[in-house]
Design a protein around this ligand. Structure first.
Ligand SMILES: Cc1cc2nc3c(=O)[nH]c(=O)nc-3n(C[C@H](O)[C@H](O)[C@H](O)COP(=O)(O)OP(=O)(O)OC[C@H]3O[C@@H](n4cnc5c(N)ncnc54)[C@H](O)[C@@H]3O)c2cc1C
Length: 476
């Protein structure tokens, strides 16, 4: 019998798993997909929000501000890219200046450090590419950018190192209440557990309804993006928002931790929870809206577009609590933005809830809080490069020409805890296919390496999700 089953291996499931691995508990994480971080965590703006936007005294506000403060040491412990570059919300009219003042007031109540309203002159000194008809901005020095899936992957590697089990391709299809605890059903397994933590993203309402009376519904709210080449990465130096609307924080222009430029998202309530398709119409909207921020965004340098889906709940706030009619079943639901920013604090909060239900937990004396990222060959000195090639010649073979990734790095990504099993899984861990050619050159080689290392046939290697086959047979 497990102590805790976590359903969903996104950023919240990852933080909770890692936080629980500090204690002597049997923990397993069940993920329906073939990789971790394949839901909302893989398609968002990657912003660690400062915390001025959330409604004062809400869970969102409290956990965002707390979570934001934790990013420096957590990303250092887990060796994950994070940059505290600050953010600006810009205003083009007196009405928008009023919104900026309201955001400032909210930020003060939410205890966001260092907030300032700045004038056009100061803004344009910091952000010379912003359209000149701007009037002023709200500056938040504590906002940052992070690698969201890199963080989720690092959390899972570290949680597994500390004893957590991960079961991929394991969609939870039913749950039975037992006299004490639960039985969780996937297609292939039945797992007994004392506690369940429901981190199923856009599907969290369905999981809740398997054991408890319906309390909330989750609506998927899709957002679409453009990702631009690294040549466009310095159009802005900080995260630049426009004034928020009732349903979204508006189209954002920001650099990524890897030096690309990200533009988006829009916000569109949709019906199908699995739908993350992009459309010309919505992308054109994103394009024209972002031109208001800066008319210097070089859209001829777009390398890809993508969409993500927010898990928007009808309660308007994060739902993180034990279900009233299901003891030991904890919902972590409605985790829309700023869920990524709040996720470290969500992890701690959920462990406190489990302590309240269970009583004090015994420490895991072997807990190791650190994890090292995969070596990036191109960042090594000449001496280090020679040394590593001598030990392992696979570091001397470049597979991805755009991002300069070697075979050695790809092999490491496959054989780690929670290692890559798909082409995009390799891409999320070591970046082949993230560059200008988007895998045009390296994809066949990555497929060959995956097949060889996993002892599979090439036709069994998929691009990303479960049915995303690439090769279906031999032509000759
Ligand atoms: C467009 C957009 C922009 C955003 N921008 C930001 C931002 O800049 N900053 C910020 O802080 N937040 C942002 N967010 C929000 C943030 O991305 C989410 O809050 C966060 O990723 C949610 O993580 P999660 O782990 O709760 O959900 P997910 O990452 O969706 O993970 C849920 C997991 O559960 C699995 N699952 C579902 N059902 C089952 C089942 N039955 N059995 C087993 N597994 C199951 C899924 O496959 C998935 O892997 C944004 C979101 C979107 C969509």
């Amino acid at each position: 019998m497990y102590d805790v089953v976590i359903i969903g291996a996104g950023i919240t499931g990852g933080f909770i798993a890692r936080e629980l691995s500090r204690y002597g508990l049997n923990v397993i994480i069940l993920e329906k997909d073939n990789d971790i971080a394949n839901g909302t965590t893989k398609a968002n703006s990657a912003i660690v929000h400062a915390g001025y936007d959330a409604k004062p005294h809400s869970m969102k506000a409290k956990l965002n501000v707390e979570g934001n403060k934790m990013f420096d040491y957590i990303c250092e412990e887990l060796d994950v890219p994070f940059k505290r570059i600050g953010s600006h919300v810009i205003a083009f009219s007196n009405e928008e200046m009023v919104i900026i003042n309201e955001l400032y007031e909210k930020g003060i109540i939410n205890k966001v450090p260092g907030l300032r309203i700045i004038d056009k002159v100061e803004l344009l000194q910091k952000e010379p590419n912003i359209n000149e008809n701007v009037l002023g901005a709200l500056y938040a020095p504590t906002a940052g950018i992070v690698g969201p899936w890199e963080l989720a992957i690092a959390l899972m590697e570290n949680a597994m190192e500390n004893g957590v089990e991960l079961m991929l391709n394991s969609e939870v299809i039913n749950i039975d209440k037992l006299e004490s605890g639960y039985k969780v059903y996937t297609k292939d397994n039945e797992i007994k557990t004392r506690y369940i933590v429901n981190c199923a993203g856009v599907h969290a309402d369905e999981i809740h309804n398997m054991v408890a009376a319906p309390k909330f519904t989750i609506t998927p709210r899709r957002g679409q993006y453009f990702l631009l080449d690294k040549k466009a990465g310095n159009i802005v130096n900080t995260v630049v928002f426009q004034c928020p609307t009732k349903i979204s924080k508006g189209v954002v222009v920001l650099p990524t931790v890897h030096g690309n430029l990200l533009v988006g998202p829009d916000a569109e309530d949709i019906e199908d929870k699995r739908n993350t398709e992009t459309s010309d119409e919505r992308l054109n909207y994103v394009k024209s809206a972002s031109m208001r921020t800066s008319n210097k965004i070089p859209f001829n340098k777009v390398i890809t577009s993508f969409a993500g889906s927010r898990a928007s709940s009808d309660t308007g706030d994060f739902i993180i609590k034990e279900a009233e009619d299901a003891k030991g079943f904890i919902d972590v639901a409605g985790i829309e933005s700023p869920g990524l920013s709040a996720s470290p604090a969500i992890g701690k909060y959920v462990v406190e809830l489990i302590k309240e239900i269970h009583g004090n937990l015994k420490e895991n004396s072997k807990f190791n809080s650190t994890r090292k990222r995969i070596i990036h060959f191109m960042e090594l000195s000449e001496e280090e490069k020679h040394e590593i090639i001598k030990r392992d010649p696979r570091y001397g073979r470049i597979i991805c020409r755009c991002e300069n990734i070697t075979e050695g790095e790809i092999v490491d990504a496959i054989h780690r805890n929670a290692g890559a099993r798909t082409v995009d899984g390799v891409k999320r861990r070591v970046r082949p296919g993230s560059g200008r050619c988007q895998g045009g050159f390296c994809q066949p080689r990555v497929i060959e390496i995956l097949a060889r290392e996993l002892n599979k046939d090439i036709t069994e290697i998929v691009k990303d999700g479960l049915n995303s086959n690439i090769a279906i047979g031999k032509t000759k």
